[in-house]
Design a protein around this ligand. Structure first.
Ligand code: AMP
Ligand code: MG
Length: 332
């Protein structure tokens, strides 16, 4: 076995916390069965205890160890056959063995099977279910490379495995299949239509309106993924701004604009630089680059980032969800 995989596995078995890559974002992992180990995750991140964690398993055969998946066996089989390993998390009734700290006291648990070889090797080697939220301080932009992890919480963790850049770049879709009609709790790369097709039944899609101050879904907060730099959003294809930018300002488009010089000329205020998430508007590329671009600009000492919103279709719904939450603290 790879020495770093075996070191990570030993650390987890001993109650430690390690940083692991997934296909969505980098995770801060601990043995979900060990209350003290899980507590470390909350402390390192500064995450409130009422924000439940996702349990990561090697494959669907592990579900019976930790959940009452049998109550929803048809839905579970359809989703796991179609999408696992992959960026979709399902909500299931939990078994006693899962401590309350993982689920914030709920009798359901969120479970996912990650699609990254390093994470999977650690799961196999440790034979432990891993609780693993994103490896960033609570409320900040999620990390999609080890460099980003190191820039924020890096020095607090002994073992961090480098798995390159995350292929998806957005947190998993979360779907509650314990409801009479399955419901998307968090949009992600796997969209409601695709889930609905696989299940052969309706799925309640996620509505882009921002969740109120007392969210009925645990952990879905109005402000999240926040940059320190002022972030102001504008509508796709429109260059109208709800607020005037302050200080050193940059503008960030979904796709490389055709005439860069004309953009700078037509704006009513000076901008220092123009950036874009993708050359050709490919939504999967935008998703992959979303958090890394935001963090890069956030660490560059600008005062204002003007950022275009995506088209709200397909994975664009998830991209827009993250951007709205990231900008929420700058919009009153
Ligand atoms: P993350 O913050 O990416 O680690 O994802 C964890 C999110 O999963 C939480 O913030 C919740 O929104 C969601 N979640 C976890 N457990 C549950 C649960 N039992 N019921 C509903 N949502 C959950
Ligand atoms: Mg997170």
């Amino acid at each position: 076995m790879d020495t770093e995989v075996s070191a990570a596995s030993q650390e987890l078995k001993g109650g430690g916390v390690v940083v692991l890559p997934t296909e969505t974002v980098y995770g801060l992992a601990a043995n979900a069965l060990d209350v003290e180990a899980v507590r470390k995750i909350f402390i390192i991140k500064g995450r409130p205890l009422n924000n439940p964690l996702i349990l990561h398993v090697l494959d669907s055969s592990w579900l019976k160890r930790y959940t009452h998946a049998e109550k929803y066996s048809t839905r579970v089989a359809k989703i796991t056959d179609a999408f696992w390993p992959g960026p979709i998390t399902i909500i299931l009734p939990k078994k006693e063995i899962i401590p309350n700290i993982v689920t914030s006291g709920f009798d359901t648990v969120a479970v996912r099977c990650p699609d990254h070889s390093l994470f999977r090797e650690v799961l196999r080697a440790s034979d432990l279910p891993l609780a693993a939220p994103s490896a960033n301080p609570f409320g900040y932009v999620s990390p999609t490379s080890l460099r980003q992890v190191k820039a924020t919480i890096g020095n607090k963790i002994k073992i961090m495995l480098d798995g390159g850049e995350c292929a998806v770049g957005l947190e998993s879709t979360i779907v509650d299949i314990t409801c009479p009609i399955p419901k998307i709790l968090r949009p992600g790369a796997i969209i409601a239509d695709a889930i609905s097709k696989v299940l052969g039944e309706n799925v309640i899609d996620y509505h882009t309106q921002i969740v109120s101050k007392s969210p009925n879904t645990p952990g879905q907060l109005k402000q999240h993924y926040c940059t320190n730099t002022r972030l102001i959003l504008f509508e796709y294809g429109h260059r109208k701004f709800s607020q005037n930018p302050v200080g050193r300002t940059v503008i960030l488009f979904m796709q490389k604009p055709k005439n860069l010089r004309r953009i700078a000329k037509n704006l009513q205020f000076p901008i220092e630089e123009i950036f874009w998430f993708s050359d050709d508007g490919n939504p999967n590329v935008i998703a992959k680059n979303l958090f890394s671009m935001l963090q890069q600009l956030d660490s560059a000492q600008y005062d204002t980032i003007l950022c275009e919103r995506p088209l709200r279709e397909g994975i664009g719904i998830a991209i827009d969800d993250r951007l709205l939450r990231a900008a929420a603290k700058f919009n009153g």
